[in-house]
Design a protein around this ligand. Structure first.
Ligand code: AMP
Ligand code: MG
Length: 305
């Protein structure tokens, strides 16, 4: 009888991990399940599928085809509709049509040399789809869906610094996620959270070049066509939607502290999200519970109301 019961009990959960290179970054997936391998395989296939679909510079990708006169349909159409919705609700701070502008600065995937474009070039630039600001968020969100469909209820997916979480830790407690510190390559604090969450960080320190002693970074303000000058060094956004989190992290870098906090209030009925902002003058402002600031980071932490 005892043996029979043991035989009927669910197989114990085990963890399995996989590392993949996609979307120009190293991703690491860890899932907990009684049979993790098939779920991991499906998740990795999904990442590669989206990488192939969204890479603007890859001939034949759906974004490439769309930029070359192809039809707007299916999954790309849905993602684009959401991206345009985020553009409109962020007052244009996030804009999925900056491809040609990014190319001008040498930050695009059609990328040439880094250089400062002339005012005429900036005024003249055409609209070209670039989903670099949401590709990882969409991938993270889709990966969680694929994992859930394969019976996984807990997972940690690191998409090159952005993190997608599912469920709770095997012992039932919250996940602990280190929030990146833009200054020291250390961490700003530890966030405890659970459930389906996406934690996206955008920083002006991630990609940049210098010309005549001036630093030009890769987050562009669509209103000026130039690198955003909002007084922020980095923005982390925590949201149940990966696409919103990823896009909003970029938008917050464009908008700065006050406008970002106002945006969070104005979107309260549409999407709930939290923000952790690091400013150029050494402040860290956050709206979330569950953040244990690392005081040794040297930032002055302020809880936004
Ligand atoms: P992220 O690393 O998520 O902040 O995304 C940055 C990438 O998004 C850049 O490398 C560009 O491809 C693109 N990007 C830059 N500025 C913007 C913007 N204002 N709106 C949308 N995408 C942007
Ligand atoms: Mg982003």
């Amino acid at each position: 009888m005892v043996l029979l019961l043991a035989g009927c009990a669910a197989k114990p959960e085990e963890s399995a991990s996989r590392t993949v290179f996609a979307m120009d970054t190293i991703m690491n997936l860890t899932v907990y399940a009684s049979d993790p391998a098939p779920a991991l395989d499906a998740a990795v296939r999904e990442i590669y599928r989206l990488d192939a679909m969204l890479a603007r510079g890859t001939e034949g990708s759906e974004v490439y085809r769309y930029n070359h006169g192809g039809a707007r349909e299916g999954e790309l159409d849905e993602l684009l509709t959401l991206a345009e919705n985020i553009r409109d609700s962020s007052g244009g701070a996030f804009d999925p049509y900056l491809g040609a502008l990014l190319d001008l600065w040498g930050f695009g995937s059609g990328a040439g040399e880094h250089r400062v474009p002339s005012d005429e070039e900036l005024a003249d630039v055409s609209a070209l789809l670039d989903l670099g600001g949401i590709a990882k968020g969409y991938a993270g969100q889709r990966v969680l869906e694929v994992l859930k469909k394969n019976g996984v209820s807990r997972a940690v997916v690191d998409l090159g610094g952005d993190v997608a979480l599912l469920g709770k830790k095997p012992d039932g407690s919250d996940w602990h996620v280190a929030i990146r510190d833009p200054g020291e390559g250390n961490y700003l604090g530890i966030l405890s959270t659970s459930g389906s969450k996406y934690i996206a960080t955008s920083g002006v320190y991630e990609r940049f070049f210098e010309e005549n002693g001036i630093r030009y970074h890769h987050i562009l303000d669509p209103r000026t066509g130039r690198p955003a000058e909002s007084g922020l060094v980095s923005a982390t956004v925590i949201c149940e939607s990966g696409v919103w989190a990823d896009a909003l992290a970029t938008a917050v870098c464009v908008l700065g502290v006050e406008d970002s906090l106002a945006l969070r209030d104005s979107l309260a009925d549409t999407v709930k999200f939290d923000i952790i902002i690091v400013t150029e003058d050494g402040r860290a402002i956050y709206t979330c519970d569950g953040l244990e600031p690392d005081e040794s980071s040297g930032y002055a932490f302020e809880r936004a109301s």
